[in-house]
Design a protein around this ligand. Structure first.
Ligand code: ADP
Ligand code: MG
Length: 238
């Protein structure tokens, strides 16, 4: 069970306002995609949810509990970074188990969780390889595996596919949708790619210049865009 609420969330950097009052509800097990052009504030918003950035104004709740002053390790979330954030000198097994080791999880429990994540992500044949011996798609699955082993209430993804080629991105979109089904987890997924948003989301949040332009299902946005920005952005994939 994991819900998220934002009430008038704001962020400014030294007087420059970049997030200008976001109100949003994320339901349990929903896959919500934040989409918008580069610089609109997607990463900033995600990092505030993760606790990696202070919140300048407003309130953030997870399962009804106010999170503004709670540290990142205590929010029950896991953020999936791009695959190049893997430790190059560690094997896949070590990369996936490392956060658990830091948290003093027993070796037996770590092995169980890594094996489970490897099964879900079809990484079993690669557990003893190092990231440099794997393809971009396989490395991205390891980055996701590092989040899965922590059993988070909410998964946060920041453009996880942006450095993969088009064919692999298509395949990973399908895999991520399957993962969402299998894990039955709440997920917030950031992308500037309209196709990713339209094919993966239960609910899309369209952002521009620190504000929400529209929230809706892919079909709602496609058939009933609230304004020309949404119509142009959703209707005209680059
Ligand atoms: P997106 O992820 O949608 O591309 P970001 O959230 O990274 O956008 O950035 C939103 C805006 O905030 C941009 O104008 C960016 O320049 C600004 N910004 C982001 N991080 C900082 C920072 N640490 N200091 C100052 N400005 C920042
Ligand atoms: Mg970003």
């Amino acid at each position: 069970m994991a819900t998220l609420q934002m009430r008038d969330i704001q962020k400014s950097y030294g007087g420059l306002s970049v997030i200008k009052g976001i109100d949003l509800e994320v339901a349990d097990r929903e896959l919500v995609v934040f989409v918008g052009p580069s610089g609109c504030g997607k990463s900033t918003l995600l990092r505030m949810i993760a606790g990696l950035e202070d919140i300048s104004g407003g309130d953030l709740y997870i399962d009804g509990k106010r999170m503004n002053e709670i540290g990142p390790a205590d929010r029950g979330l896991a953020m999936v970074f791009q695959s190049y954030a893997l430790y190059p000198h560690m094997t896949v097994r070590q990369n996936m188990g490392f956060a658990l080791k830091l948290a003093h999880v027993s070796r037996q429990e770590r092995e169980r969780k890594v094996a489970e994540a490897a099964r879900i992500l079809q990484l079993e044949p690669y557990l003893d390889r190092k990231p440099g011996q794997m393809s971009g798609g396989q490395r991205q699955r390891v980055a996701i595996g590092r989040a899965i082993v922590r059993n988070p209430k909410i998964f946060l993804f920041d453009e996880p596919l942006s450095n993969l080629d088009a064919a692999l991105r298509g395949q990973m979109r399908i895999e991520l949708a399957r993962l969402h089904e299998e894990l039955n987890a709440t997920m917030i997924y950031v992308t500037h790619d309209q196709i990713e948003a339209m094919t993966m989301a239960d609910k899309i949040v369209v952002l521009q210049a620190g504000r929400i332009e529209q929230v809706g299902t892919p079909l709602q946005l496609y058939h009933h865009p609230a304004n020309l920005f949404v119509a142009g952005f959703i209707g005209a994939p680059r």
